[in-house]
Design a protein around this ligand. Structure first.
Ligand code: FES
Ligand code: FES
Length: 240
């Protein structure tokens, strides 16, 4: 199979034929052949596009130095400026607790905390997180190497105690999101449920409030009832 950039026979393969055509006064046929040859090249370009450098496109950059503070540790990296925080965590820092679900900001599997606020790390550029305190699921537990449930973060413990997961893929994002959601409620942040119920003066974290505030985190296993139970328990301090 010929490559799209195979431009046909080399010009000198036409040379003898063209010489004969010219000698016979068939200059029109000569022009037609050259036109067809050029049209073939142009249609190949239209189909696959010219290589970037031919259009002056800049080659991919070699990298940008960025310093991230993740779970209290300073990490110096060199990343393509387009690298998401999610990819930097997983591929550069080998912190695979944060999961990639949709990579489009729709599932919440990649949720981490930046300065205590939950964000979708798939939609956050690593370079934009420089200077911030990033907390991932690996940094939540009370101890770096927890040996039992009492050494976990209370939300982690609640998820264990209430079976707030099945396959566990969404769980790191759910837990990070729940940590921030509980804190947001403590600070008096409102949700759309607060307005629907008219309870806009420091509303409790009711099950409806939990469902609404956790609605950015999808669980494909449908472990929602237990996730709500875990968040409810953690918000009331009803865990170890
Ligand atoms: S992977 Fe980021 S929201 Fe789905
Ligand atoms: S536990 Fe499987 S996706 Fe939530």
């Amino acid at each position: 199979m010929s490559h799209p950039f195979d431009l046909g026979p080399e010009p000198d393969e036409f040379a003898e034929e063209e010489h004969q055509l010219a000698k016979s006064g068939l200059n029109l046929e000569l022009s037609r052949r050259r036109f067809v040859q050029a049209a073939g090249v142009l249609s190949a370009v239209a189909t696959v596009g010219l290589p970037g450098p031919l259009f002056g496109e800049k080659p991919a950059t070699s990298g940008q130095a960025v310093t991230l503070k993740v779970n209290g540790q300073t990490q110096a990296l060199n990343v393509d400026p387009r690298t998401s925080l999610l990819d930097a965590l997983r591929e550069k820092l080998d912190m695979t607790g944060t999961k990639k679900g949709c990579d489009h900001g729709q599932c919440g599997a990649c949720t981490v905390l930046i300065d205590g606020r939950r964000v979708n790390s798939c939609l956050t550029l690593a370079v934009a997180a420089e200077g911030a305190e990033i907390t991932t699921i690996e940094g939540l537990a009370k101890s770096a190497d927890p040996k039992d449930i009492s050494e976990l973060h209370p939300v982690q413990a609640a998820f264990l105690q209430h079976d707030g997961y099945q396959c566990g893929y969404c769980t790191p994002g759910q837990i990070c999101s729940a940590v921030a959601a509980i804190e947001e409620q403590k600070q008096g942040a409102l949700s759309i449920v607060s307005f629907h119920t008219g309870n806009t003066d420091h509303p409790d974290l009711s099950d409806d409030e939990i469902r609404e505030r956790m609605s950015g985190n999808i669980c494909r296993c449908g472990a929602y009832p237990n996730i709500v139970a875990a968040v409810r328990a953690a918000s009331k301090g009803a865990t170890v």
